[in-house]
Design a protein around this ligand. Structure first.
Ligand SMILES: NC(=O)c1ccc[n+]([C@@H]2O[C@H](COP(=O)([O-])OP(=O)(O)OC[C@H]3O[C@@H](n4cnc5c(N)ncnc54)[C@H](O)[C@@H]3O)[C@@H](O)[C@H]2O)c1
Length: 295
């Protein structure tokens, strides 16, 4: 069962699963990473009880088509062909795009809507860990998330005559547990939370009909974690890599499947707007709590 922030702040059971199979409900893995910036579409307006994974699988099997947007052509094509194999062709498109190219990102949204007719769920997930080229890290991790959110609103917000939807922006536990090893990465992930919470309030007050939430995983076993040891990505901060690796040993490394589980919960819980979901080895899926504002 999903524990929403209004109910309980305690941990969530661990349950490995993600790959959807037509025939069964057995858990599986994506393999490497939850790698792609993903736009889910055609979200059904029917309410499904999501008290078990089987129901979630059924909802996805029946209701969704997906646009995968990523810089990496080969990974994108591989993911598309995997999804085609499981769900049939025409339910997924891959669009090769650098999210820092504002024109191309705009086209990616437009082409998605042209293909599928509507847009309901957007996940701004692309991220890099590069302290040497820190300007690029800001562009990918923060500017593109802001750009992706504004484009998503153009296609989903009632302000623009659309029907509403949900946006998930991917931050990191680095926003809560800063490290000398990643100063700019840390800053971008703080920025994602601040932006997402503020725009979530704007959405609520402006009746956009769009829920905007943030997901903050701790260390996850993906390609990104493999950049932390190298001078070409970490620059002079590479000297702190041993301290960083000690933290990984201390706090543990999550499987991508648990992040996928948290992602589905934050998408489907219609009570959530401005929420910040944290996923850690010790507490599983849970939510950050904020003090009420006081003068
Ligand atoms: N791996 C971790 O420990 C961890 C922890 C917390 C948060 N995160 C965040 O999760 C998100 C996903 O990262 P991941 O761990 O799956 O890493 P990953 O490297 O496996 O995936 C990142 C994806 O982003 C794509 N990408 C990078 N730059 C791009 C660009 N300019 N345009 C389009 N696509 C681009 C890459 O091709 C890749 O497919 C990131 O925002 C990351 O900061 C990761």
């Amino acid at each position: 069962q999903h524990e929403s922030p209004r109910e309980s702040r305690s941990g969530h059971r661990r349950c490995a699963r993600h790959r959807k199979s037509r025939g069964g409900t057995s858990p599986g893995e994506w393999g490497e990473g939850f790698a792609l910036t993903i736009l889910f579409l055609k979200w059904t307006r029917r309410i499904y009880p999501i008290n078990c994974w089987e129901n979630v699988q059924n909802v996805l099997r029946i209701s969704l088509v997906v646009a995968l947007v990523d810089l990496n052509q080969s990974v994108g094509e591989e993911c598309k062909s995997d999804l085609d194999g499981q769900f049939g062709e025409d339910n997924c498109i891959f669009i090769q795009c650098d999210v820092t190219d504002a024109g191309k990102l705009k086209d990616a949204f437009q082409n998605t809507v042209k293909k599928f007719g509507r847009l309901d769920i957007v996940i701004n997930n692309a991220g890099i860990n590069n302290e040497k080229n820190w300007e690029k890290t800001i562009e990918v991790n923060l500017t593109s998330v802001i750009q992706g959110t504004y484009l998503a609103l153009e296609h989903m917000s009632k302000e623009y005559g659309k029907e509403g939807g949900v946006i998930i922006n991917v931050s990191s536990m680095a926003a809560f547990l800063h490290s000398p090893h990643q100063p700019v990465y840390t800053a971008t992930k703080h920025g994602v939370i601040g932006f997402s919470r503020a725009i979530a309030d704007a959405s609520e007050q402006g009746s956009y009909g769009v829920r905007i939430n943030t997901l903050c995983p701790a260390f996850v076993d993906t390609q990104l974690l493999r950049t932390v040891e190298h001078e070409e990505t970490m620059g002079k901060f590479v000297k702190y890599k041993d301290e960083f690796k000690q933290r990984m040993d201390k706090y543990g490394v999550l499987k991508p499947s648990l992040i996928a589980e948290g992602m589905l919960l934050i998408i489907t819980d219609e009570s959530l707007n401005g929420a910040v979901m944290k996923i850690t080895c010790s507490k599983g899926i849970h939510f950050h709590t904020y003090e009420p504002l006081s003068a």
